[in-house]
Write a protein that binds this ligand. Structure first.
Ligand code: ATP
Ligand code: MG
Length: 685
């Protein structure tokens, strides 16, 4: 290779090596080749990636005279060449240099007119091959027709290959920088993500309520979150200057050191409880977990997450104290205590409560069902009502006095008092209360009520007695007094008839007094005394008829007393004395309380081996409101008016009936009459 060519090749090679871009390598090449050839025009095309691909001017020119070749340049830059079209297209298609010795003689040279005008007559072009592909085409033009120079074309092939490497290098550089850019983009993206996730983590840690810390092996704080700072009263900067033993309560140092050693030994996360001290010395009780992080195989930091449990501990302590107090109250009190967990549906009933109704603690299960089962059936609705009212918050305190069946089968009076605890929505959660045995008080009350009733009854009885006495005793006494006066004044002048009349009046008064006294004495006797029954054989029909006659005579009654016997001759075993009291009183009443006369119907019949006596009248009857008290001492119905009586006759009758083991009943309609029925079982033997 001649020296000039070599020189040119070296210059291009040096330029290609040093080229920072394909453009500068192409520019150097077109310049060097034009200079070497002494040709005025050199131009480079670049292959454009499109579909289909084409060659377009790279706008890299060597022009000896820019003005002279301006229109040639303009036309060249306008045309784009596809494969096989024009000189550049042919080079591209053949992958070979093309030499046109006479441009005007070539009919596939598209710019021949323009070239001619510029005084260009010959030209050649060669490809730049990169990896076997045409990436650029360089063309050169001479002012004279010039035959092909094979050596030159050979040289251009080498130059094309050399430039191809520049392209290759540029492509690699481009790819590399693309990769770099991509990498940078991804790094930037990752950095943003990392920053964001760090911010999110920081935010997360700072918004945590727990105290989060990271402590290095020297015990210095590497990280503390906001909750840590706020709870302990330090700033982040102050925390960074602290040792963990500045924060842990001195009483807990040893414990924490032991835990720390264990953590180093086992490297397993640990659960711990300790006490921190705030900057102003306040204790903060915490519980949490600590773990160990290794860096390059060596322990680096401990990380801890703690929860402030000061409040909880205080509550627990308060609870313990109150539970101890409660226990003390339960055991010390002789009253029973109950605790009903309405959510967990459990009941606690203290041993003392069970003892109130005679049970040992283990003899009665703690269950609502067991307890309510023991409540007296009559008291259950009242208890349920009181409970319901309290649970509806209608009463501040639940209170109910009710009976409970004791172990011995008897009933004890229990005062149940309690109060419910409600949640925010007003639903009852729990009820606490006490059982108090009020049986003695209740019995005393009952006794008192009975005494009062008795006293009242006695008072009333006294009033009735006084009323009776003033009438039934005064009347005969007044009669006697009048008779005495009469006899005193008229004794000497009295006719026997008058004496007889007065003596009869006195006898009637005596009879009345006897009647009163008899009744008083009979009513004053107790059942065990004179009222004992002594049965004896007795002919019933005759006995009854005779008594009826006596009654009629005594009462001077105009009544018609009719008898109906279910048997004719009838011997029974009854106590004649007691039967006399029964019949004279019932018949006497029937006559007395039928002031207008009328008939009294009496019946004697057999029933269930006994005797049934009935005495029915058509008299004034008994007002319903008085019927219940008819057998009380001195009681007389409100409608008796002036009819005399002690109010003791029926009481005597009742006692006589009872002495026989029988029973007495009556029905009565005011104004229509009364019917008494006496059933007497017959004595055997
Ligand atoms: P006593 O019997 O001592 O003469 P008494 O008739 O008033 O007095 P009870 O025989 O005990 O007393 O009767 C009590 C009361 O019952 C009477 O006062 C009267 O009000 C009423 N009573 C009793 N029997 C009759 C009757 N057949 N018809 C209407 N009321 C009667
Ligand atoms: Mg009577």
């Amino acid at each position: 290779m001649p020296g000039r060519q070599l020189q040119m090749l070296n210059a291009i090679a040096a330029a290609a090596n040093a080229a920072t871009s394909v453009d500068s390598a192409l520019q150097t090449t077109v310049d060097e080749l034009c200079r070497h050839l002494g040709w005025p025009v050199g131009h480079a095309y670049l292959q454009q990636e499109s579909t289909p691909p084409f060659l377009a001017s790279a706008r890299i020119w060597h022009l000896d005279d820019a003005a002279r070749f301006a229109s040639f340049r303009a036309e060249s830059e306008q045309i784009s060449f596809t494969a096989g079209v024009g000189m550049p297209g042919r080079v591209w298609q053949a992958h070979q240099p093309v030499w046109l010795g006479d441009l005007s003689a070539d009919n596939n040279f598209l710019r021949s007119a323009c070239a001619r005008e510029a005084g260009l007559h010959a030209g050649f072009a060669f490809p730049v091959l990169t990896g076997g592909q045409v990436t650029a085409v360089l063309e050169f033009f001479a002012p004279v027709r010039t035959p092909p120079d094979e050596a030159m074309l050979e040289l251009c092939s080498q130059i094309g290959a050399m430039l191809g490497r520049v392209f290759e290098r540029q492509r690699l550089e481009h790819n590399l920088s693309e990769l770099n850019r991509d990498l940078e983009r991804r790094v930037a993206q990752r950095t943003i993500e990392l920053t964001e996730s760090r911010a999110a983590l920081q935010d997360f840690l700072d918004n945590a309520n727990d105290l989060i810390q990271s402590v290095d092996m020297e015990g210095r704080y590497r990280f503390v979150n906001r909750a840590w700072c706020e709870t302990l009263g330090y700033t982040q900067e102050e925390a960074a200057a602290l040792s963990m033993f500045d924060v842990i309560d001195p009483a807990w140092h040893e414990h924490c050191q032991t835990l720390f050693k264990e953590l180093l030994k086992t490297a397993r996360p640990l659960r711990m409880e300790t006490v921190f001290r705030t900057k102003d010395g306040r204790p903060v009780q915490v519980e949490g977990n600590i773990n160990l992080r290794h860096e390059a195989g060596r322990p680096d930091v401990t990380r801890g997450v703690f929860r402030d449990i000061t409040q909880r501990k205080q509550t627990e302590q308060a609870l313990q104290v109150s539970q101890a107090r409660w226990k003390l109250a339960v055991t010390a009190s002789k009253d029973g205590i109950w605790d009903w967990d309405m959510v967990g549906r459990q009941v606690y009933v203290s041993p003392q409560a069970k003892a109130l109704i005679g049970y040992a603690d283990d003899e009665l299960r703690n269950g609502m069902d067991v307890w309510s089962e023991l409540v007296h059936p009559e008291d259950r609705p009242r208890l349920a009502r009181a409970l319901k009212r309290h649970l509806r918050r209608e009463t501040p305190v639940f209170e109910c006095e009710h009976r409970m069946r004791a172990k011995d089968g008897g009933y004890r009076w229990i005062l149940a008092r309690g109060a419910a605890l409600f949640d925010d929505r007003g639903r009852p959660q729990r009820m606490l209360g006490a059982f108090i045995d009020v049986t003695p008080r209740r019995l005393a009350e009952e006794q008192m009520i009975a005494n009062l009733a008795r006293e009242k009854e006695l008072g009333e009885m006294k009033t009735r007695f006084v009323a009776m006495a003033s009438h039934e005793l005064r009347t005969p006494l007044a009669t006697f007094s009048l008779a005495v006066d009469f006899f005193r004044q008229h004794w000497s002048r009295l006719q026997p008839v008058q004496v007889e009349e007065n003596l009869q009046t006195i006898a009637a008064g005596v009879q009345q007094l006897r009647h009163v006294l008899d009744h008083l004495l009979l009513a004053g006797q107790d059942d065990e005394g004179q009222m004992r029954c002594h049965p004896a054989p007795l002919e019933l029909t005759g006995f009854c008829r005779q008594l009826a006659d006596e009654v009629k005579a005594t009462h001077r009654a105009p009544h018609l007393i009719e008898w109906v016997f279910s048997r004719r001759e009838w011997v029974v075993r009854l106590d004649p004395r007691l039967l006399r009291h029964i019949l004279t009183n019932l018949l006497g009443n029937a006559c007395k309380y039928s002031p207008g006369g009328g008939s009294v119907r009496c019946g004697v019949a057999e029933a269930s081996g006994g005797i049934v006596l009935t005495v029915a009248d058509e008299g004034i009857g008994i007002p319903p409101e008085d019927q219940l008290r008819l057998f009380d001492f001195f009681f007389r119905a409100g409608n008796v008016g002036g009819i005399p009586g002690t109010g003791l006759g029926l009481l005597v009758v009742q006692r006589c009936v009872a002495a026989h083991g029988g029973r007495i009943e009556f029905t009565s309609t005011p104004g229509a009459g009364t019917c008494f029925t006496v059933c007497l079982p017959q004595a055997q033997g």
